[in-house]
Design a protein around this ligand. Structure first.
Ligand SMILES: [Ca+2]
Ligand SMILES: [Ca+2]
Ligand SMILES: [Ca+2]
Length: 381
């Protein structure tokens, strides 16, 4: 007994000394956010807030039940810089910031780029502007209000937070209030286990990304979130508009499609001419789509500034909860950097944020910078 006390008396001062030494030697390490969740800010366009207040109340409670501190904000400013500044301010508060859900028509940064293929400048909304909080965004030609360049600023060009948008207001074929109500109803149903699918994924790869079996195998090798995968790719004639429309009525949980596209239609067949048929936003509207989640490797499909863009049409169709895709020419490469976190139970927003940190197609890649999340970024597969 006496020996033990003696040992303890010797050990305690040693531990204190070690702790004091470590305090001075080691730099401050940030706690992993998974063990101490930061705030989720839910921004609601103030013009619709009262009409969907019951839905927002339920959604807020659902996010609190996930373990996040939640702040609901009614937002009326149309200037995207004010929204970004609000996010920056929230991120430097002691409780930290995980991300934001943008409900209703809320501002977006518009970027300008040179489309090599068509030889014209195009504009697209870029939500990386709202998630990279310490990088710098530059409008070289102040008069046009379009951002042209992105650099490290005081930090880096990578995203610190995530955002997702829930807004049906670009659709002219859908009652917007009903679309919000239905979306939040199925969102709550999914969260409470009343909307389910077999844990399965359709990987649908049209001609130009399925030129060889080896290429198909490379895409499939990165689809790490599901073990039950149906791949339709070769021969290349098996992938076409008629077949794809039929596949959308099947009960997959997740659809990942590779196909040439405009914001408002998919163009099946090689080189983007639609030789194997088109799938328009009207088709998506009319089909009883069954999947809950989509990854659209489909140029400009989530350009949510276009009326009746495909991404928004998918999101407010039947059962859909999340659509990931590109608002410009491009789409997701290095898919395992997105699917690995999803398979580990991370939420969609965080999975897309982590994907941006991949070594080859990060924020400096023109293929990546339009990546957008439509729907609830707090869901998991
Ligand atoms: Ca500009
Ligand atoms: Ca950054
Ligand atoms: Ca095909």
């Amino acid at each position: 007994m006496r020996k033990q006390i003696k040992a303890i008396l010797i050990i305690i001062p040693l531990l204190i000394a070690a702790a004091v030494t470590l305090t001075f030697v080691l730099p401050y390490f940030k706690q992993p956010t998974t063990s101490n969740l930061g705030v989720v800010r839910i921004y609601v366009n103030s013009t619709i807030a009262s009409s969907i207040s019951a839905e927002i109340d339920q959604y807020e409670q659902d996010v609190i039940n996930q373990g996040y501190p939640v702040q609901v904000v009614n937002w009326s400013h149309t200037n995207v810089t004010l929204l970004r500044n609000d996010l920056i301010n929230a991120s430097i508060q002691p409780e930290g910031l995980e991300g934001a859900v943008l409900i209703g028509d809320l501002p977006a940064a518009i970027l300008n780029y040179w489309d090599n293929f068509w030889g014209i400048f195009r504009d697209y909304p870029c939500d990386l502007y709202l998630t990279d909080l310490d990088g710098e965004w530059i409008d070289l030609d102040v008069a046009d209000g379009l951002f042209d360049a992105h650099n490290n600023g005081t930090g880096d060009i990578y995203p610190e937070i995530w955002v997702g948008r829930i807004c049906p207001e670009s659709l002219n074929n859908t009652n917007h209030l009903t679309a919000y109500q239905n979306y939040f109803a199925r969102n709550h149903a999914y969260r409470t286990g009343q909307l389910t699918r077999p844990h399965s994924q359709l990987v649908y790869i049209d001609d130009d990304w399925a030129t060889t079996q080896q290429l198909v195998d490379e895409w499939l090798g990165d689809m790490t979130a599901y073990s039950n995968i149906t791949c339709i790719a070769r021969p290349t004639t098996t992938t076409n508009a008629t077949d794809y429309k039929n596949q959308l009525t099947q009960k997959y949980e997740f659809v990942h499609v590779f196909v040439h596209s405009w914001p408002f239609e998919h163009l099946f067949g090689p080189s983007g001419y639609g030789a194997e048929g088109k799938v328009t936003y009207t088709d998506i509207y009319n089909i009883n789509t069954q999947a809950l989640f989509y990854n659209l490797f489909a140029c400009s499909a989530t350009n949510f500034k276009y009326q009746t863009n495909l991404g928004t049409q998918y999101l407010f169709s039947n059962n859909t909860l999340v659509v990931v895709g590109s608002s410009k020419i491009g789409g997701m490469f290095m898919n395992s950097f997105f699917y690995d976190p999803l398979s580990q139970g991370k939420i969609f927003g965080e999975s897309l944020r982590l994907w941006y940190w991949n070594p080859y197609h990060g924020p400096s890649s023109p293929n990546s910078i339009g990546m957008t999340l439509l729907g609830d970024p707090l869901l998991t597969i």
